[in-house]
Design a protein around this ligand. Structure first.
Ligand code: HEC
Ligand code: HEC
Length: 421
């Protein structure tokens, strides 16, 4: 045995970790019953139907998705007529933009997340400051660095563009009256916009807010179409071999080793679980603050903002009964949420670099090294513990993450701008 050890050490120092692994790492012959159950729960076949959204009556209407599709790609919904939702959530990049920080009419403060499978999320934004997809869609329209338009101009586009007016009326009924001037008005804008807003009557403000909320509801209906497709990983776990887990035609030995690390030593599956590989919860994983910004308070602030949002589930613009708004009414709130961000999906992760809420980490190798070291958090504490993975294991874990890519199951007609008829 001593001789073998010496041989092992020698070959380890000569050829890296490969031999050392091969000789001394316990070789697991097959998945255990528990592991099989866990793997099974990650399969896309276990993805339930889309959750209903009681706050949005048109969420599942095809006509609403069609209106949302038009709006999603329409750059007239921006201050400089050049920014649409699709400028940042680009279909060809799995609805991300490839940039560390998003750029609309100006450089923003956060990294653009993917929208694939987003309708399964109970909360929106990295810090979960929105409780519905339609209410989320309203924020970028008025954000100075994103679309930089306002609710009156958005409502006016519906009133003045025939395609929109017809589709809008068919879905939501007759457009309520509101003035076509002043040009720009919103309670959230600059001094001129705020003062234009306060010059409107309560009925006019109400009408504009209703149209604005309905724009969000149509955009949400469209985004419900964006769903992930079956990857090589799904093929593998739907056909888990009865014997010998190290060999499969569907995944390589290295990818399977990476999958084992994902569910065992790496503990990734504690947060990245379920068919979308996210628990939809908020966690502090010790990611460095974004350069030039204070560390993010994350979900701690996010839940407070969601409760005060004039378009939340309990608001008059929501179609839900108060008792349908359980998530908002009973959301967890504690100091533990300081610095916590929403766990992102890992589906198509190879296509959505850079990573994290500020795009702070450029590559998957660096993401895994980050988890391996688990540095202390700048605010509160890092929930993840150092892993002590060896370089080869980091490569295996990465190889596994690359198996999660697949074209969307979405009908391709939703992935390009709609034809204008
Ligand atoms: C300038 C780039 C940009 C534009 C334009 C933009 N977004 Fe985003 N989007 C982002 C960024 C950045 C975030 C994350 C912001 C945050 O969490 O604070 C985000 C977050 C989201 C989220 C939440 C995702 C999640 O994981 O919680 C949704 C949904 C979304 N955007 C949809 C839209 C829609 C619909 C539009 C058009 C009305 C739009 N976005 C326009 C950059 C953009
Ligand atoms: C404690 C919960 C938790 C654990 C454990 C965890 N993650 Fe994460 N993961 C998160 C959260 C939260 C984020 C977003 C953090 C941020 O943006 O600051 C994230 C982000 C990521 C991202 C970037 C996704 C993107 O779109 O930007 C990748 C890749 C990732 N994790 C992989 C892993 C791997 C691999 C493991 C195991 C080694 C792991 N995670 C363990 C919660 C966790």
């Amino acid at each position: 045995m001593k001789k073998l050890m010496a041989l092992g050490l020698l070959s380890a120092s000569l050829t890296g970790y490969m031999w050392w692994n091969f000789i001394f790492a316990p070789v697991q012959a097959n998945w255990t019953q528990n592991q099989r159950q866990l793997l099974d729960s990650l399969s896309l076949t276990k993805l339930p139907d889309l959750p209903v959204d009681p706050s949005n009556n048109v969420a599942d209407l095809e006509e609403a998705a069609e209106l949302g599709h038009l709006l999603y790609f329409d750059s007239r919904l921006s201050g400089n007529s050049s920014v649409s939702c699709a400028s940042c959530h680009r279909p060809e990049l799995m609805f991300t933009d490839g940039l560390p920080l998003a750029v609309g009419t100006d450089v923003g403060t956060r990294h653009t997340p993917s929208l694939v499978g987003i309708a399964y999320s109970p909360w929106f934004y990295w810090d979960g400051r929105k409780d519905s997809q339609w209410a989320q869609a309203l924020s970028p329209l008025e954000a100075r660095h994103e679309h930089n338009t306002d609710r009156l101009q958005a409502a006016r586009l519906i009133a003045e563009e025939e395609i929109y007016l017809n589709r809008y009326s068919a879905l939501f009924g007759k457009l309520p009256p509101f003035p076509l001037a002043p040009l720009s008005a919103t309670p959230t804008g600059d001094e001129a916009q705020k003062s234009a807003w306060s010059s409107l009557s309560p009925t006019q403000k109400e009408s504009i807010n209703v149209v604005f909320a309905n724009i969000g509801k149509a955009l949400a209906a469209y985004q419900r179409k964006l769903l992930p497709g079956r990857s090589r990983f799904d093929e593998y776990i739907d056909n888990i071999p009865e014997t010998n887990i190290t060999e499969s035609e569907l995944l390589t030995a290295s990818e399977i080793a990476g999958l084992t690390i994902f569910i065992e030593d790496g503990e990734c599956v504690t947060c990245h679980n379920g068919p979308l590989l996210t628990n939809h919860e908020f966690h502090n994983t010790g990611v460095l603050a974004i350069t030039g910004q204070l560390p993010s308070m994350g979900r701690y602030d996010g839940i407070r903002i969601a409760r005060k949002d004039p378009f939340n589930c309990l608001s008059k613009y929501s179609d839900a009964d108060d008792r349908d708004c359980m998530e908002l009414r009973f959301a967890r709130d504690s100091n533990e949420l300081v610095g916590a961000q929403k766990t992102p999906t890992l589906r198509n992760i190879a296509d959505t670099a850079p990573y994290m809420h500020g795009g702070q980490i450029s590559t998957l190798d660096e993401v895994i090294s980050h988890y391996n070291e688990a540095p202390p958090s700048m605010l509160s504490h890092n929930e993840a513990k150092p892993l002590g993975l060896r370089p080869i294991q980091i490569q295996q874990l990465k190889a596994f993450l690359l198996t999660l890519s697949a074209p969307l199951t979405t009908d391709p007609k939703w992935l390009t701008p709609p034809p204008i008829d």
